[in-house]
Design a protein around this ligand. Structure first.
Ligand code: NDP
Length: 244
């Protein structure tokens, strides 16, 4: 039996840092998902292999049920001895803008990437995880999902809903030694925040800087560990004090 951790959106940013951290801290094989950026996904795979860990990359659009199910069914068929113990629902996008001018497409794409993405991947594995009687599910939310952010009504709705889903699922699966938690990062330096004016925004952050993807990855690694067995249904903020 080969034990796996799947990290959606593991090709770049926070997802890549999570892959690297789990490669350092755990024995899991890593299933690194991406949507289109194969070069970046291969780079992540190269990094984890350098760290002595095995893994594969797999391409699908998390927001699309058919594409996700098809890819994961094929993977499971090709890897019959693989057991997924860890799911990190990290893939996410933003399409910011004031709500009054928000195109329907920007509303639904942001919601479906986070929320359908959570359903499509987690639901695929959950029955097997319940039979295995052990698991860790970690959902990457956002400070916007906790407090709501102007200009991000779509993103705040998606990230708030994932917190509610986390709390509900945590109660359903707790007896089978499966924990479900959410992490709510503030500003983290990645491609997603590269167009923001960091110099202005840091004035709003008590710690005085953007966070690094590795700092979020450290928290994921802790939640994956046995030390976090009694933490479930939680949302953990990591935001430099910007909101608590
Ligand atoms: P990036 O834009 O750097 O990376 C996004 C990742 O998600 C990429 O790997 C991308 O794949 C993947 N992805 C996007 N859409 C899909 C999709 N439909 N199907 C499959 N994969 C997809 O983002 P970050 O690393 O900054 O963000 C990671 C998570 O953290 C997101 O959920 C984000 O909302 C959240 N977050 C980020 C914060 C920040 O400040 N950066 C703050 C709070 C939360 P590909 O490379 O193929 O495009």
């Amino acid at each position: 039996m080969r034990k796996y951790a799947i990290i959606t959106g593991g090709s770049r940013g926070i997802g890549r840092a999570i892959c690297e951290k789990l490669a350092q801290d755990t024995d899991y094989h890593l299933l690194i998902t991406y949507q289109s950026n194969e070069i970046a996904a291969l780079e992540t795979l190269g990094h984890i292999k350098k760290l002595g860990r095995e893994g594969e990359i797999i391409r699908f659009d998390v927001s699309n049920h058919e594409s996700t199910t098809k890819a994961l069914t094929q993977w499971q068929h090709d890897n019959k001895d693989a057991v997924v113990e860890v799911i990190v629902n990290n893939a996410g996008i933003n399409r910011d803008g004031l709500f009054m001018w928000m195109p329907q497409e920007d509303w639904s794409k942001v919601i479906s990437t986070t929320l359908d993405g959570f359903y499509n991947v987690t639901n695929f594995f959950i029955q097997k995880m319940l039979r295995h009687r052990y698991g860790r599910i970690i959902n990457i939310s956002s400070v916007s999902g906790v407090k709501g952010t102007a200009g991000q009504t779509n993103y705040s709705a998606a990230k708030g809903a994932i917190i509610a889903a986390t709390k509900a699922l945590a109660q359903e699966v707790a007896k089978r030694h499966i924990t479900v938690n959410a992490i709510a990062p503030g500003f983290i330096r990645t491609d997603m925040t590269s167009s923001l004016n960091e110099e202005d925004l840091v004035k709003l952050i008590p710690v005085g800087r953007f966070g690094e993807a590795e700092e979020v990855a450290d928290l994921v690694s802790f939640l994956v560990s046995k030390k976090a067995s009694y933490i479930t249904g939680e949302v953990i903020n990591i935001n430099g004090g910007v909101y608590s």
